[in-house]
Structure formats: structure tokens, C-alpha cells
Design a protein around this ligand. Sequence first.
Ligand code: ARG
Length: 483
Amino acid sequence: MTEESSESVVRRDRFSGGPARGFLSSLAADERIFEADLAVDRAHVVMLAECDVIDDETAGDILSALDAIEVEGHANLPDGEDVHEAIETAVIEAVGPDGGRMHTARSRNDEVATCIRYRLREDVLATLEATLTLRETLADVAAEHSETTMPGYTHLQPAQPVTVGHWALSYEQAVRRDTERLLEAYDRINVSPLGAAAFGGTTFDINRERTAALLGFDDVLENSMDAASSRDFLLETVQALSTLATTLSGLAEDVIIFANRGFVDLSDDYSSTSSIMPQKKNPDTLELVRAVAGDAAGGVQGLTTTLKGLPRAYNRDLQRATPHAWSTVDAVLEATNVVSGAVGTADWNEAALAAEAGAGFSTATGVADLLAANGVPFRTAHELVALAAERGGDAAAIEAAADEVLAEPLEAYVDGETLEAALDPDHSVASRDSVGGPAPEAVRAQLESAADVLEADTDAVDERASGLEASHDALRTAVMAYV
Ligand code: ARG
């Protein structure tokens, strides 16, 4: 063994962690970035050889060792404080002391930051795709039910009739913004910190743009201190995921309530039963979706409090920041897929919806609007209809209230037939045809914009996914020149 390698073994023995070894180690959690670290190692070694920092033969030996380590898998790595150290140890075991040249001109600090970004973008892409599927599912429900009248609520009290289509598109449009937020987060994740070294740059004449390109990053993070230590990309991503989870939790709650009222029947695949009450069919999947919003909010909280007040540059606290992102993205991705499945397979009970659509005098606003459009000041009309509501809210109650409130009889403003129409929930829905409203034609217009934006966002996601695919091929080709 040469002098340099025995020295490194001596230092590793001295700082092997003692009783705190397990506490210091992130090796188990680093399984998540095992593949990422191999890719980062490969790109770095290729670049070092291209820049003549290491010779081609050494590069080939290291790159071959990395291929063998990949086949062995994370579980068979030698012990180490983290995956970076363990892979380096395995490379040195295979190649000899020259394997230690892999870590020239870098640090675990820029290495881990690069690995996290490399892996997280895949998870964010998967979540982006899940939001697209959910939007498509919601649009399909809306297309099928653009004329299915249902009660609409504020304060959970019957408010105005709407349609199932209008309801579904209200979430489709919210999830659109979740897609946008995640796309923005993706673009800020997808920049390379590699080459920042510990935080202070390096004396070696390296090519940071080259490693960035080999790893599919759009750009390099310029300032080395920022590159090695900033984790705002994690926070931004977890916040965007938390916002998506909050959107999903509202949707889940709506469907839970609708199921409770017999408006919707979830498929058995997305329901559970009781271990004691044989008749039960419960919306457990959606209750779990509702709870995932709590997990995601916890992720934001955990990450924010871990990052708050960290000085420049690298601090080991960062090791415990990362898992908040993994647990959040896993939970929110799964919840998004479950919502698509549950909503996409649910049956809407049109008869039950129609029976309840007019309950609680939910057409009252339309009656007040009708009076206001025919000469009664809106505030007077509001008072008149409120009085009628107290007396049952039918045509007779409205006429009686008009006699008390208006100078002339009701017929002077609206005829009986028009009034009856205003009291009909379907008519009420059809009459609210303002932009974005619940009228079937307004819902169909929203469906068109939903399809247009979905297509554009699908292109944006596909473009990013194929950029990653192309970089995987480019890296493999570059490696093949040495092995
Ligand atoms: N496992 C560490 C992490 O996740 C890698 C970086 C260790 N760097 C150091 N200076 N101790 O952050």
C-alpha cells in the first residue's frame, strides 16, 4: 500500500465516529441517491480525464469499477459515513490507490448537493406527470357531467346549484397552478453545483459546464459558496408539493361529503370496509389523501426550521434536511395518483344530485337577480327574497313578500312563468353563463381551455423528461470512450 492511501485509512480510522457512528451516518438514507452518485462520479471522472487532471487509463479503471459497484448495488457497499464515502472506498478497493483520484477537485459538499438535485428532478417529473393525469381525469368527469346539476355550497350550506362539470373544473384549474409551480421548481432544481468543491472552488482547471451537460443540468450554479450550501430549491419544491397536497385535501373532503350524502359512489378499489360493521363502505383512500396535506405541511415545517439560521457554508444539519423532501414527494405523488384513480372510477348519482340541487331555496339568488333585472333595486330584491325564504321560498311566498316590500304587485315586474323558471335548478344553472360560470356552454368553454393548457404543459414536461433521457445516453457514450 502506498503512503498516501495508508494515510487516508489512518484518518478515516481516527474519525470513524466512535459511539456516534450511526448518528453521523446517512448511508441507509442515501440509498435514494445511490444511482445519482454513480452518475455524478462518472460525469466528474470523464471531465477530469478530458481536462487532463487524471489520465485516461485511471479514468477507465475508475469508470469500470463504478459499473461493477452499480451491479453489486447499494446494499453491498462497504461501510462509510455516507454513500459518497462508501462508493469511493469501493472504487479504491477495486482500483487501488489511483481510485482515490476520483475525488480530485470536488468535495462531498458539492457532490451531495448535485446528487440531491439529480434525483429530486426525477421525483418532481413523476409528480408533474401525476398532476397532468389528474387534470385529464377531472376534465373527463367535467365533459361527461357538464349538464349534471348538483347543489353548490358555501359554509357547507346549500348556496346555488352548479354542475358536477363546473365542480370538477374548479379543481382542474387549481391543479393547473400546482403543475406550474412544480415546473418552476424543477427549473431551479435542474442546475449543477458540481465543481464548487467544499464551497471555495478548486485550484484544478476543471470544466463545470461539461459535468452539468453530462448530467442533464440546464446550467451551473455560479457562486461556489451558494452552490454547495443553498437548499432553497428543496424548500421551494416541498412548498409547491404542500400546496398541491392542500388542493388535493379539499377535493378529497368534497368527495367524502358527497359520498356521505349519496351523491357519489366510490369504486370498491378506492374504498375500505369495517372489520366489525359488515355494511360499511368507507372513503378511506380520500381520508388518507386529506391527511397527506398534514404530512406535507410537516415537511415544509421540518425543512424550514432545519435551514433557518444556517451560516455559510456547508453544515452537517443539511444531511437531515434532505429526507423531508423525499418523504414529502413520496406522499404527495402517491396521493395525487390515488385521487386520479378515485375520481376517475367514481359513479355520480344523478338522481340524488337533482333531488338536492334546489334544496334550501338555492335558487334564491337567481330570483333576486331576476327582480333586479326588471326594475327592482338589487338590495330591495335581496330583502324581498330573504323574507320569502323565511316563508318557504316558493312562488306563493315570493308573491306575498312582494306585496309587503314593493309598491306594485309582482306581476308588474315579472310574470308567473318567468318566476317559476327562475326557481328551477337546471334553469338557474343554464342562466349563469358568464365567463367561467356553471352553465353547460360556459363549462364547455372551460373544457377547451383545459385541453389547450394541458397540451402545452404536457409538452413542457415531456421536453424536460426527454432532456434527462438524452443526458443519460450522452453520459453512457462518454463513459464508453474510457472503459
Ligand atoms: N452525507 C452528507 C450530507 O448529506 C454529505 C456531505 C458531508 N460533508 C461533510 N463535510 N461532512 O450532507
